[in-house]
Design a protein around this ligand. Sequence first.
Ligand SMILES: *Cc1c(COP(=O)(O)O)cnc(C)c1O
Length: 379
Amino acid sequence: MIPYSRQWIDKDDIQEVVKVLKSSFITQGPKVREFEEVLARYCGAKYSVVFSSGTAALHAAYYSAGIHEGDEVITSPLTFAATTNMLVAVGAIPVFSDIDLETGNLNPREVEKKITKKTKAIVGVDYAGLPVDVAILKKIAKRHKLVFIEDSAHALGASYGKKKIGALADMTMFSFHPVKSITTGEGGTIVTNNRKYYEKLLSFRSHGIIKDKKKLSKKNNPSWYHEMQDMGFNYRITDIQATLGVSQMKKLDFFIEKRKAIASRYQRELGGLKNFIIPKTFSGKTSSWHLFALRLIPQKKYLRDFCFIELQKAGIGVQVHYLPVYLHPYYEALGYKKGLCPNAELFSESEISIPIFPALPPRNQALVIKTIKNIDRGL
Ligand SMILES: *Cc1c(COP(=O)(O)O)cnc(C)c1O
């Protein structure tokens, strides 16, 4: 079975990991700082803090943004559950706002309608690697004094205007899960330009414990003294993973070029189908093409599961991204109901993610194209 996505690990990646295994630092050592510096530089941001997962990074971002019990946070339902699970983890109320069908991303006009006195933040999700409308969402956030966070788990390497995604929101999250732009096995980061957030993120990653003598609240302490000043977890990444991250970052632009080339081929060769809608390219933003989200036309959405199985029968790994988060039983039990975001529901009901990843061989791309054309003809 051709997977819908997978990592790309070279000999040099492996050699770097072996070097760390032979060194004296296995967890937080010099490679963690180096990885953070490489990430911040790539995104054109001041700071990066790396975590044990993208989910941990989101938890840290929400906590550092001061999102508390009872705060409302507006976000997209067309995302992985972690985006809102971590909001629930800090006691906040996820407010789902509908998407734009063409992009799969939050529709800013809908976002503005959802703002109340309790709203604390907006979390944009760069669906499939296509950046959200950063300029508009930032303006809305500023007007209403909200924090603007991007869940850019899909979008490392994507651009908005001339800028890389990462330094545009108050905080931006990237994931290094094996299906994402680069991998560290598990891992994630928050990138920010804000020093206050940076310090809170560092503290949250490691139990809220402070060792820096200048920052201790008590004076005249013995040399061993350190103190816990704030809530925190063990969300540290290891040097073993960070060195893999540094090595993978050298290939990021190459990975994105490969993904773009596959997306262009799919757009070219699947463009004229009767029953499918193909994701578009937009001016002013460049996708990192984490996913290639094919959709059946609305009149044929009832055939999605049939097409899904036909693709699997041909040996093609497919996925659905995503069930709207609020339709998971946990969220239904919190009171969210079907009908809340009609576009997200229609998108979800008609979507199939087909294989796209840097190592996907041209002959497999051809098989995917041929199979979809055959299915289209028979519908
Ligand atoms: C992958 C992903 C996450 C979570 O990242 P992990 O590193 O797997 O914890 C969060 N949000 C979105 C949209 C994702 O795709």
